[in-house]
Design a binder for this molecule. Structure first.
Ligand code: GDP
Length: 341
């Protein structure tokens, strides 16, 4: 008689247990009741790379999408050291003190290299992390920005279903991730320092152009005069950009995240932006456009995935790569031959 403890038998049992351990409806019900443990569990499911979890994750996201979104999505970017985590701690604390629920997510395309996410460091946002009305989630570990973006978008939906009023999406300023974050938020905030040139701050022009507000941080101590000069410079720089379609004029502010100064003014600006764009219809329009883009990007990603997953394609790709290597075919002709097939 075969033993009960053969490897396939155990694997089967584990599979069954895993399947049984995630009851999507139960997780969903807890999540919409604001249970942070259920939210964390749901996000883990979204981030799972196990094929068997994909359908469960999709079901969960679909259920969450039935809850109307009432939250505000804010993107926050700036180079390392500008004070992003100190600022998020200050703004987050200000908002939870107002009775709002705040979620903090991160998009960090470099996490696969650093083997840790930008929010993974436990010493960051210590106070906010302990706040019962706050939820902090490090960026998903994934090597492809596309994967990180999709997961962050879905996580955002889960947070809103869990009744979070404000979702802050943090990104470290390297260019590509800012564009991704900009494509999923309502308001985009760029943190800057005074007295450091743009080159030094590594912020590309395109990112300045995306900003709805530039906030110069570390406006304290001997830095105050430089901050005043920088505010003028940034205001002039922003005037050079064409007016935004939503009729919003990007604002330049300053704050000291460390000393909790100027945080209220930042929130007032964001609130003003929301009121204005909701009234002129651009808030809804922006979200619709973002959804349309998300759809198109998903088509792109799914097509690519299906294409490369095909075993015949894999073989042909190998052959053609060899031919390109030995100059038997031009790279473009090889690509055409592969795709046409
Ligand atoms: P991040 O890398 O952008 O997340 O930056 P951090 O929040 O970790 O801050 C980097 C350093 O700047 C830390 O030593 C902070 O204490 C300091 N810092 C952040 N905000 C301020 C501020 O408003 N004023 C001053 N003087 N220092 C600040």
């Amino acid at each position: 008689m075969p033993s009960k403890y053969t490897a396939p038998h155990i694997a089967n049992k584990v599979r069954k247990l895993r399947k049984a351990s995630i009851d999507v409806t139960l997780v969903f019900n807890k999540l919409i009741a604001g249970d942070k443990t259920a939210l964390a569990q749901a996000i883990t499911l979204i981030e799972s790379t196990r094929e068997s979890d994909f359908q469960l994750a999709e079901n969960l996201v679909n259920q969450c999408l039935t809850i109307p979104s009432k939250g505000i999505r804010i993107g926050i970017t700036g180079v390392p050291g500008v004070g992003k985590s100190t600022f998020i701690e200050a703004l987050g604390g200000f908002l939870t003190a107002m009775g709002k629920k705040v979620a903090v997510l991160a998009v960090d395309p470099s996490s696969s290299f650093t083997k840790g996410s930008i929010l993974g460091d436990k010493t960051r946002m210590e106070t906010l992390a302990k706040d019962p009305n706050a939820f902090i989630r490090p960026s998903p570990a994934s090597d492809a920005l596309g994967g990180v973006t999709r997961k962050t978008r879905e996580t955002l939906i889960l947070c809103e279903a869990a009744a979070f009023d404000v979702v802050l999406v943090e990104t470290v300023g390297v260019g590509q991730s800012e564009t991704a974050v900009h494509s999923m938020v309502d308001f985009f905030l760029l943190l800057k320092l005074a007295g450091a040139g743009d080159e030094l701050q590594g912020i590309k022009r395109g990112i300045m152009e995306m900003a709805d507000a530039i906030v110069i941080n570390k406006a304290d101590g001997s830095n105050l005069n430089q901050v005043k000069i920088a505010r003028g410079e940034f205001k002039r720089a922003l005037h050079l950009y064409p007016p935004k379609e939503n009729q919003w004029t990007p604002t330049v502010l300053s704050c000291s995240a460390l000393h909790n100064l100027g945080i209220e003014a930042v929130w007032e600006t964001i609130s003003h932006f929301m009121t204005m764009t909701k009234a002129n219809g651009h808030f809804a329009k922006n979200r619709t456009n973002q959804n349309k883009n998300w759809f198109l990007q998903s088509v792109d990603a799914l097509l690519k995935h299906q294409f490369y997953a095909n075993s015949q394609t894999k073989d042909r790709l190998k052959q053609l790569l060899n031919q390109v290597e030995t100059n038997q075919i031009s790279p473009y002709a090889a690509a055409k031959a592969l795709v046409q097939k």
